[in-house]
Design a protein around this ligand. Structure first.
Ligand SMILES: [Zn+2]
Length: 302
């Protein structure tokens, strides 16, 4: 699992900071999460093969999370994309994008699908044989969802030396990986656990931006491998967090602690702060395993 942070600052793009966008690589698939202005430039700068992106998840319709979308969709057309593109986001996103495409007479030449969201309950919005994606209802000034990406348990690990030792035909290796008992070449039944090991524990990633302090999400994200949680403010501006429906670094850490996540990544910093290390300092007083997102930063989770 790999996370490319393309942008992680609140509000407006500036010389050296970009609004929200990130690419999650899970089970060899690339998912774009949020698409602030300039996302396609950031995709290029970070050398991401963006033709591989088939699914884009938009948390909410504030500009710093979606103003890059129509540009990216148009660029895909200019690059002669043929693959389907699926966009998941709040109801209204289809109207926004199609109005722009219509008035510029530049319909896509590839299939573009919108999956509009309006439920206030968590729901599975994407699933394949390797992973699933569900919404995390958030508390913000407009309808907003976070997204929880969950790997499904993989195949069992084949212990090749043991398989040879027990004289198992290579043609049966696939059955072993699927957990089945097989017969050796001499006809003896070999219990699966003698020749395989447990698969890697499935990983998960929760993206929660933008949101006010929202303990309701804790059961859903409990035990998640990595949580990205917005921290627009420090406690010194806590009086701004509540009316704007954002969180402080301390509140993000409280969520991480109570959910028992493996790691907390902070982001969506207000551009009023010049030193983002202060966010880490504040959060680590509550929860130790904290990292800071920053534009261009790549996290790899083995
Ligand atoms: Zn917002």
């Amino acid at each position: 699992m790999k996370l490319n942070i393309l942008g992680c600052y609140a509000a407006t793009p500036r010389s050296f900071t970009n609004p929200s966008a990130q690419v999650l690589e899970m089970k060899n698939e690339l998912f774009l999460i949020d698409c602030g202005e300039g996302t396609q430039v950031q995709l290029r700068r970070n050398k991401i093969r963006f033709s591989k992106i088939k699914h884009i998840f938009i948390s909410h319709l504030h500009g710093d999370h979606c103003y890059g979308l129509v540009g990216l969709i148009s660029t895909f057309r200019l690059l002669n994309r043929e693959n389907e593109l699926h966009v998941y986001g709040p109801k209204g996103i289809k109207e926004i994008i199609t109005l722009q495409l219509k008035l510029s007479n530049s319909w896509t030449n590839y299939p573009l699908y919108f999956h509009e969201l309006e439920s206030k309950e968590a729901q599975i919005i994407y699933e394949d044989e390797k992973l699933s994606v569900e919404t995390i209802p958030l508390v913000h000034r407009v309808y907003t969802n976070g997204f929880l990406f969950k790997e499904k348990p993989g195949d069992r690990k084949l212990l090749i030396d043991k398989a040879i030792e027990y004289n198992i035909d290579v043609a049966l290796y696939r059955s072993l990986k699927k957990g089945k008992d097989v017969r050796s070449e001499s006809g003896e039944l070999v219990p699966n656990h003698l020749v395989t090991a447990n698969p890697e524990p499935p990983k998960s990633y929760a993206y929660c931006s933008d949101t006010a302090f929202n303990p309701k999400m804790i059961p859903q994200i409990s035990g998640t491998t990595v949580l990205y949680h917005e921290s627009t403010f420090l406690e010194d501006k806590a009086e701004l967090a509540f009316p704007t429906k954002h969180s402080t670094a301390k509140e993000a850490a409280q969520i991480a602690k109570e959910a028992g996540v493996g790691k907390l990544i902070l982001g969506h910093y207000s551009t009023r702060y010049t030193d983002i290390n202060l966010f880490k300092e504040e959060a680590t007083s509550i929860f130790k395993k904290v990292d800071l997102a920053d534009d261009g930063k790549v996290f790899i989770f083995e």
